[in-house]
Ligand binder design. Sequence first.
Ligand SMILES: Cc1cc2nc3c(=O)[nH]c(=O)nc-3n(C[C@H](O)[C@H](O)[C@H](O)COP(=O)(O)OP(=O)(O)OC[C@H]3O[C@@H](n4cnc5c(N)ncnc54)[C@H](O)[C@@H]3O)c2cc1C
Length: 446
Amino acid sequence: MAKKILIVGGGYAGFYTAWKLEKLLRAGEAEVTIVDPLPYLAYLPFLPEVAAGSIEPRHAVVARRRHLKRTANVAGKVTGISHATKTATITPNEGEAYEFAYDQIVVTTGSVSRTFPIAGIADNAIGMKTIEEAVAVRDRIVGNFERAASLPAGSAERARLLTITVVGGGFAGIETISELRSFATSLLRRYPEITFDETQFHLVEAMGRIMPEVSQETADWVVKDQTRRGVNIHLDTQLSSAVDGKIELSTGENYESDLIVWTAGVMPRPFLRGTDLPIGPRGHVIGSPTLQITTEDGDVVEGAWTAGDTSQTPDISSTPGPGGFCVPNAQHAVRQGRLLAKNIAASLRGEGVAEYNHKNQGAVAGLGMNTGVFQSGKFAMRGYIAWLAHRFYHGLAIPTWERKWRVFGGWVGHFFLGRDVVNIEATQQPRAIFEEFASRPKPAAE
Ligand SMILES: Cc1cc2nc3c(=O)[nH]c(=O)nc-3n(C[C@H](O)[C@H](O)[C@H](O)COP(=O)(O)OP(=O)(O)OC[C@H]3O[C@@H](n4cnc5c(N)ncnc54)[C@H](O)[C@@H]3O)c2cc1C
């Protein structure tokens, strides 16, 4: 009997697990099913560039049905797991929830934005964790330029539309604010009605420094470089309130901002606490270096595996992350996914499993057009060369050649034709024009 392997979540870790299993499993050895409400893996490091119009949104996602040919794809969410009975509850995007029996389960549900109860954030801010958010941010910026251009110069509404706030000075936050600043600067060429000084960009960071993944020297360089480009970086500052876009900072500063992007941290999905899987103090599934789920005492939970952002995997390399666990990044998710597939195949065959031991290879970030940073140990690159390294690394890292070609093709197109500034925000109301002119039946006579 073929064993049933259920992969919960088809992002980085889940996609790579399934992809590798397709290569490793012999015919009839196991059936693999992947459940995810979205039909694609989103290549999250590209989100800031999608938001800045440098990458087409569709190019930054990888369709699972095209590339996972021997895996059953289910469009829906796993909403419950009873590992004691080896059943998962699947709630499909359409139709009734049902129970799915499995032999092996792989939990790779990633993470969501972690917010704090700051007034106005839940109602007014947006994250930078999904392709939908990145597209909405891009459309909002171009749409706001359009709206602001027709308002009187100096009006409060115009100033609000042209003010952008990003909360969180980690990698995602810094990449987001820098890409958006770079995008807005390039938009100014098409909107002569708006001046550079009217476009205000604020980065709010509670700590005294940004980007903990790079050295202090590199972080200081980024602050200086981005300040020169027109980003107002508030260090040692907390966001106190954002009600109706009225920003209040812990320093006493106030201003109005139409677009607030929240990037200050991530957390595992809360539904996991309702399952019978062992969960750590911060909501992660407790993992082990072999990527098997374990109890708090370290006993292996048979037939259960985890990887990526959702897992609390001990980092046994020579460069462990905070608390001794692997940090939530794609470097780990991809490599863990591949090893997880190997370990599942080995365990099905009664062979030994290997431990995950990956030494951090460094960090690379794009900080708007033609500038970036790269840091590996003490070695750092800044500016144009680092930006090229960022583009080459990520252009080649997105899974499948089909996607790599699309991304590089887009960049080449932009090099010759410039950034695409077209605003198709109206796609959010696609029926509006049809409905306006559509004939309706006359009301029946009395
Ligand atoms: C803006 C940004 C920039 C980044 N840049 C970098 C970078 O430069 N380098 C780097 O190494 N890392 C980077 N990261 C981090 C990296 O993208 C993540 O660590 C990585 O995506 C984690 O992979 P994952 O498989 O754990 O989760 P994800 O890739 O998020 O996948 C999780 C999947 O699970 C699905 N899912 C969720 N709940 C359920 C459920 N109940 N049932 C079924 N499916 C479910 C989701 O729909 C999703 O498809 C960045 C992240 C962001 C947000």
